[in-house]
Ligand binder design. Sequence first.
Ligand code: FMN
Length: 215
Amino acid sequence: MYDKILTSLSYGMFAIGAKGATGANACIVNTVIQISSYPMTIAVSVNHSNFTNECIKMSGEFTVNVLSENTSGAVIGALGFTSGRDGNKLSNVRHKILREGAPVIQEDICCWFLCRVVNIVETVTHTIFIAEPVDGSESIKGTPMTYDFYRNVIKGKSPIYAPTYLPEEEEVLDKYVCTICKYEYSSSLIPFDELPDSWICPICGAPKSVFRKTE
Ligand SMILES: Cc1cc2nc3c(=O)[nH]c(=O)nc-3n(C[C@H](O)[C@H](O)[C@H](O)COP(=O)(O)O)c2cc1C
């Protein structure tokens, strides 16, 4: 079997928020799926190593924030490449906290809904939370971001605890990697050296100076 066969699957892009022991936390996932309409049921796959996994197990609830094509790469960088165990990731991301303690992201998302966990399935690496939406937005705004848009338009990557993570493939072009979020700039359009000093990482907003050339 072709070893990258699962890259043919299509996904959306979401931020999952939950109340933790020390406050609200959120992380990026691409694995929210609809299970049924009646009763409204969804599932999401969250890696055992992610702090959000612990927060959802503790509170039994989480928000699904559906990212739009206008949600900035910096939001994905902040929530998808750092852990809530290392500090408050939401400090630079506009959000509100629901009465239940879970965060709703307010950065050009399409919509959000609050879910109550009804079942848990453990795999070797991930927990599948099966949950029912109990509250949410009154409307949907903008175009939902797909995982394909994230990979091919924003040129974003998947970190190690994302289900879609794959070790990098060889490429002949000069590549520069952001030492913060691992975003790779390929010099196929404008050579890296010719980018202005004010240029920043499109994913996490780090300055050009933190980029390193890869071998
Ligand atoms: C595009 C993308 C997709 C991701 N998808 C998932 C996912 O479906 N499940 C998951 O557990 N982590 C996923 N991640 C990884 C988490 O967002 C990441 O490990 C995060 O740092 C966890 O933060 P936490 O420790 O605060 O929970 C994804 C990250 C990105 C950037």
